[in-house]
Design a protein around this ligand. Sequence first.
Ligand SMILES: Cc1cc2nc3c(=O)[nH]c(=O)nc-3n(C[C@H](O)[C@H](O)[C@H](O)COP(=O)(O)O)c2cc1C
Length: 248
Amino acid sequence: MLDEKYYKTRRTIRRYKPQTPDAQLIDKMLELASHAPTTGNMQLYSVIVTTEKELLDKLAILHFKQPASLAPMLVTFCADFNRTTRWAELSDANPGFGNFQSFIAAMLDATILAQEFVNIAEHEGLGCCYLGTTTYNAPDIASVLGLPSLVVPVVTIAVGYPDEEWHTSDRLPLESFRYKETYTPLTDDQLLACYRHREELPENQQFVADNNKTTLAQVFTDIRYPRNNNEQFSTIFKDFLIKNGFSL
Ligand SMILES: Cc1cc2nc3c(=O)[nH]c(=O)nc-3n(C[C@H](O)[C@H](O)[C@H](O)COP(=O)(O)O)c2cc1C
């Protein structure tokens, strides 16, 4: 039987008690998470666990001081082809990993590891929050964390003991994203129906009003993920990848 209640009640936590999670517990969780699938079993990732106040403060600024970035622990998951490349060079092998395909493989490995870690941490009662801002400020985060070439921060997980009310967020219905055999685009009416419940939630209507918008979609396009930000951070990240050894 699927444990529906467990999966449906998990949620992102953005405010934490001051207590730093035990380092050995986190190590154990990371070790367990490393049993997740990985490209060719190469484990194309590295993980930086940060708990020192001075470093946390620097990272929080680079994550725009959003609430979760003030966590007692930030765990930065990096795409890492440095170790594998060095292993090859030290072993009479000729590595060819400084390219976009290899970066994507390492990014997937790092992300899968991060989600496996989140699964384990949440199961054990810790609160977690992804910080997507990692790729926004990748060059400065890499500098704070001392990352060498072919190591790129991909995602950060804020970790701590929950200190906020429990509230799960909605999800779009299955019909909005599951197709059978081949992709059959939704009609406009079907598509809008998929978003109706979300648009009618009081908190989302408030969100629209607070931002002086007329639709929820406008909040996403104009406020949360505006075009100029997306384009600006794309350029910064692309330049950083190239500078760090991945040709595009
Ligand atoms: C790749 C990724 C990046 C995210 N970045 C942020 C972030 O920067 N700040 C934040 O508060 N939440 C972030 N989140 C958390 C999402 O906002 C959250 O998962 C979503 O709203 C659904 O809520 P739930 O996890 O409680 O179900 C991110 C999640 C993912 C998967």
